[in-house]
Write a new protein. Structure first.
Length: 245
């Protein structure tokens, strides 16, 4: 950062802790001129606030990285499986770094990131150890796991619907319909084991809970009408969301 650039502004405003890094990037002469006043006026953060901002960025980046394993149409099981151990180790490191911070926001982010990475790891573990390509039940269970992971990927790092995703309304409503479809498919299967039934109940309940919460955040008929193309049907859909599919 050149000295001229600093002098060109009456007041230098920074809203991120990178201001500290900016100060350290100045030349020694520039640091002498601006001294502690520069840091105090431009940073506005004490050490704890800086740590919280850095934790926020760390968890945001981790969740966004997890999202790269999910497309609008599928969960990249094999790709995630290849990176799973590394990602879990990375999360453990992040957890050690941020768990001591007294911040409800960071705690919430940490909890959501853990739920998401654990869900993805559990999905690939089942696929790796129990999946039988000849089993119709395993195929359905795989789809339910995929729906759950896809629902996680529609959240931001704070655990809310990520409305910056351009087609978030379409993707949420499609997940709800897919969930209803695969639940019906499983119930129509002729041969299932007790383990299949238990896994189905767990996977479908988890996926449904996530998708319901996402749907509840769409809130308005107008938002649903954009994808459903009919206001009356949107009203019916809002009512339908809160009953069993």
């Amino acid at each position: 950062m050149a000295l001229a650039n600093v002098e060109a502004q009456d007041t230098v405003q920074f809203t991120q802790p990178e201001a500290l890094e900016t100060f350290h990037q100045l030349t020694e002469d520039e640091q002498t001129i601006f001294g502690a006043d520069f840091c105090e006026q431009t940073c506005g953060f004490d050490d704890t606030e800086i740590e919280i901002e850095e934790a926020d960025d760390l968890l945001y980046s981790f969740v966004e990285r997890l999202k790269t394993y999910v497309t609008p149409f599928e969960f990249k099981f094999m790709k995630f499986d290849a990176d799973c151990d590394t990602l879990l180790d990375e999360f453990m490191t992040i957890q050690e770094i941020v768990s001591t911070l007294k911040s409800e926001i960071v705690s919430s982010q940490l909890s959501f990131a853990k739920q998401m990475v654990d869900s993805m790891a559990k999905a690939v573990e089942r696929l790796r150890s129990n999946y039988d390509p000849e089993s119709a039940a395993d195929g359905v269970l795989c789809k339910l796991s995929e729906i759950g992971v896809s629902a996680f990927a529609l959240h931001n790092s704070y655990g809310f619907l990520d409305m910056t995703i351009p087609d978030h309304i379409d993707r949420v409503t499609r997940l709800w319909h897919e969930l209803a479809l695969w639940k019906l498919v499983f119930k129509d299967l002729k041969t299932v084991t007790v383990d299949d039934i238990l896994a189905f109940e767990e996977n479908s309940a988890n996926a449904e809970s996530l998708v319901r919460k996402l749907l509840a955040q769409l809130r308005t008929v107008d938002e649903l009408s954009e994808i459903l193309n009919d206001e009356y049907y949107a009203l019916l859909f809002l009512k339908y969301v809160f009953v069993e599919p």
